[in-house]
Ligand binder design. Structure first.
Ligand code: AMP
Length: 129
């Protein structure tokens, strides 16, 4: 069965996309820790991050860098935190989170709620940054 992220890539499930190239796609996390919390995923479905083939492993950071720079332009923050977890969705991905303090990276905290319109606005701002 395809992962929920593969279904997003196939267009079967909507997402708030902020960037895409031949190998990767970035979209807003639906349960964000912070406004602008973004996921970067390879289009190839591989469960564990360190099982990615070396070309994708070495390509995902430059792609994430370009996305992180855009996020930092539009979301006031001290820096962009980076995390790899994968306990919920078995499709390798990088979390990019605008942070001001260590607590902003605490995944056990309640997630923020945004309306579809609010997600659209922040996705467009990041995309066009
Ligand atoms: P983890 O696998 O633990 O790194 O967490 C997976 C992340 O994917 C969580 O932060 C979820 O909120 C997020 N997520 C799950 N489903 C979707 C979706 N359909 N669109 C955007 N983000 C999602």
């Amino acid at each position: 069965m395809p992962s929920i992220f593969t279904r997003i890539i196939r267009g079967e499930i909507p997402c708030h996309k902020v960037a895409e190239d031949d190998h990767f796609i970035a979209f807003l996390d639906i349960n964000p820790l912070r406004e602008g919390h973004t996921l970067v995923i390879p289009k190839v479905e591989v469960d564990k991050f360190f099982d990615l083939p070396i070309d994708l492993l070495s390509g995902i950071m430059p792609f994430s860098q370009s996305v992180a720079r855009k996020i930092a332009k539009v979301v006031p923050c001290d820096r962009i935190g980076v995390s790899v977890i994968g306990l919920e969705v078995p499709h390798a991905h990088v979390h990019l989170i605008p942070i001001n303090s260590l607590g902003d990276m605490d995944f056990s905290k309640p997630k923020l709620k945004f309306s579809p319109e609010e997600f659209n606005v922040i996705a467009e701002r990041i995309k066009n940054a």
